[in-house]
Design a protein around this ligand. Structure first.
Ligand code: IMP
Length: 169
């Protein structure tokens, strides 16, 4: 496999700082619940919180795809510890690709009647989208490539890379 640098760490750090400032401005006087989707979004979510100047609550959700399923129906393997009823919620994702996973998750979260529900993703790959997902905050738009690093993995490897790299055959 060949590796090609797509987004260097300096650009990632700068963009996350900007997103943190933007979210802090939009949620002034509020206390949003950030929902980090395990495991890929952990690095992004934690770094994002370092740039928030508002109070917030962070919680985690883990999901697992049914093998061979392409419907987007996922199993929640770790649910939230907090109740999001009437709360301002921001789902933090590593990448929105087909949108199938997030589409399912948003339907599930909407049923819990939050006050508001927004999506913040580090990477957005609109050319692979199957389900229309409203992305409110995005770090970078990327082309149709397979990326690793900054939390994203290939068979659990590469998560700790500081840059985002394209893996090619
Ligand atoms: P979706 O349901 O197709 O939007 O995929 C969402 C999940 O698949 C992401 O949260 C990632 O965990 C994983 N994923 C999608 N594209 C990539 C990629 O290019 N590299 C690594 N993981 C990916």
């Amino acid at each position: 496999m060949r590796e090609r640098l797509l987004i260097p760490k300096e650009k990632i750090e700068k963009r996350i700082e900007e997103l943190g400032r933007e979210i802090s401005k939009d949620y002034l006087e509020k206390e949003p619940v950030l929902i980090c989707i395990l495991k890929g979004a952990v690095y992004f979510a934690i770094d994002l919180t370092r740039h928030l100047t508002i109070p917030f609550v962070i919680d985690f959700m883990a999901i697992s795809k049914y093998s061979g399923s392409s419907s987007g129906v996922v199993r929640i393997t770790k649910d939230l510890d907090v109740d999001i009823y009437q709360k301002d919620v921001i789902v933090v994702e590593d990448i929105v690709d087909t949108g199938l996973t997030l589409g399912y998750l948003l339907r599930n979260l909407r049923a819990r009647s939050p006050m508001s529900l927004k999506v913040c993703t580090l990477l957005d790959c609109p050319s692979r989208r199957i389900v229309d997902i409203p992305v409110d905050y995005k770090g970078f738009e990327i082309p149709d490539v397979f990326v690793v690093g900054y939390g994203l993995d290939y068979k659990e490897k590469y998560r700790n890379l500081l840059d985002i790299i394209v893996l090619e055959e």
